[in-house]
Design a protein around this ligand. Structure first.
Ligand code: SAM
Ligand code: FES
Length: 355
């Protein structure tokens, strides 16, 4: 027993020194983790995060501006086949109004996230980007709009978008095919991520923990892919079933494993922007606090207008859907202060991008 624990601690030490591990060692580490090694990992990861960012947690205002989606990802509550989803989309003035509210609450990063909704042409998105950047020049803008042609990504970047979040979902092609309809491909997703990097965005990839069919082998492949891509942000959160999807009865992912992976990611890349996600807070009342204590340094309170919040349901029992933007903002601040951290209201760029 103690020998196994010692071996796992040695793997954590090696990860700390080398910032990565061979695939077989990542699998060993994940397979044999226990409470003691998790705590050891979290203490190293927290120290690394504090060394780079201090006791500061960046906040981003998350604006979920459309839940129409032309895609049909099998795990997602806003997939096009979910006829029970009540659809909404925000107009450009509504988006501006929500950003203004966010700005007044101190947010200096807005994240525009939505399904892949053809209602918003590339030109229309570019106009919205320009308007946000003209009205709030000192704020950063992150887009999370899914897969698009290189030309659209380039246009949005030229219009002022700073960052782009596109979770790769899984680096394993057969696992990807298990989670997605046949018209979607892992190759396209990876090409999009490479294009976004080449254009000059601060780029985020990521995956769900405990998605249907996921193995430790897949997770090791995800970690090695992240090492190779060198993204500026990584979004991971537990899979949570949505009752009106094909995976509606599949068990949710593990909070404990998600925290362990956050710790690993922080040791792999100390300056990573690493959110403690809403999904983590949904499965555990203190999930976001635990995420920060495991190594995360970003929280994304929701800015979506009250009338539509309840409709952006990727999974069941999502938190914060009954709250106003201001209550989430101050709730997150209080929660962070209670664990010894402060909310940082600057743009919160990746260290490589700081002016
Ligand atoms: N359409 C954009 C895209 O594809 O990147 C952004 C929206 S998409 C709904 C955002 C992320 O939600 C996905 O990348 C996925 O990882 C996550 N997600 C979807 N369904 C989920 C579920 N049931 N549980 C947890 N996370 C989920
Ligand atoms: Fe929304 Fe706490 S963050 S209520």
């Amino acid at each position: 027993m103690w020998l196994r624990c010692l071996k796992v601690k040695l793997l954590v030490d090696r990860l700390f020194e080398q910032r990565s591990l061979p695939k077989a060692d990542f699998i060993q580490l994940l397979e044999n983790r226990d409470e003691e090694t998790s705590n050891y990992l979290f203490s190293l990861a927290s120290a690394e995060r504090d060394r780079v960012f201090g006791k500061e947690i960046f906040i981003r205002g998350l604006l979920e501006f459309t839940n129409y989606c032309k895609n049909d990802c099998l795990y997602c509550g806003i997939r096009r086949s979910n006829r029970l989803a009540e659809r909404y989309r925000l107009s450009a003035p509504e988006i501006m109004e929500a950003c203004q509210e966010g700005y007044d609450l101190g947010f200096r990063t807005f994240v525009l996230q939505g399904g892949e909704d053809p209602h918003y042409s590339a030109g229309y998105i570019a106009e919205i980007v320009r308007e946000i950047k003209a009205s709030f020049p000192e704020a950063a803008l992150t887009l999370s709009l899914g897969e698009h042609p290189l030309a659209s990504y380039a246009l949005w970047h030229k219009s002022g978008a700073d960052r782009y979040l596109l979770r790769h979902e899984t680096r394993n092609a057969s696992h990807y095919a298990f989670l997605h309809p046949k018209e979607m491909s892992l190759n396209n997703r990876i090409n999009c991520l490479n294009n976004l990097k080449d254009i000059g965005y601060q780029v985020g990839c990521g995956f769900m923990v405990g998605s249907p069919g996921q193995t430790l082998d897949h997770l090791a492949e995800d970690l090695l892919f992240i090492k190779e891509l060198k993204p500026h942000m990584v979004g991971i959160g537990p899979f949570i079933p949505h009752k009106d999807t094909p995976f509606g009865t599949h068990p949710a992912g593990s909070v404990e494993l998600t925290l362990f992976l956050l710790g690993i990611l922080r040791l792999m890349e100390p300056s990573l922007l690493l959110p403690a996600t809403t999904a983590l807070g949904t499965l555990d009342g203190f999930g976001r606090e635990k995420g920060v204590l495991a190594g995360a340094n970003v929280i994304m309170p929701i800015l979506t207008p009250a009338k539509d919040r309840k409709k952006y349901l990727l999974y069941d029992n999502k938190i914060c859907i009954g709250d106003a933007a201001s209550s989430c903002r101050f709730c997150v601040q209080r929660r962070m202060e209670e664990i010894g951290y402060n909310i940082n209201v600057s743009r919160g760029d990746h260290p490589e991008y700081r002016i």
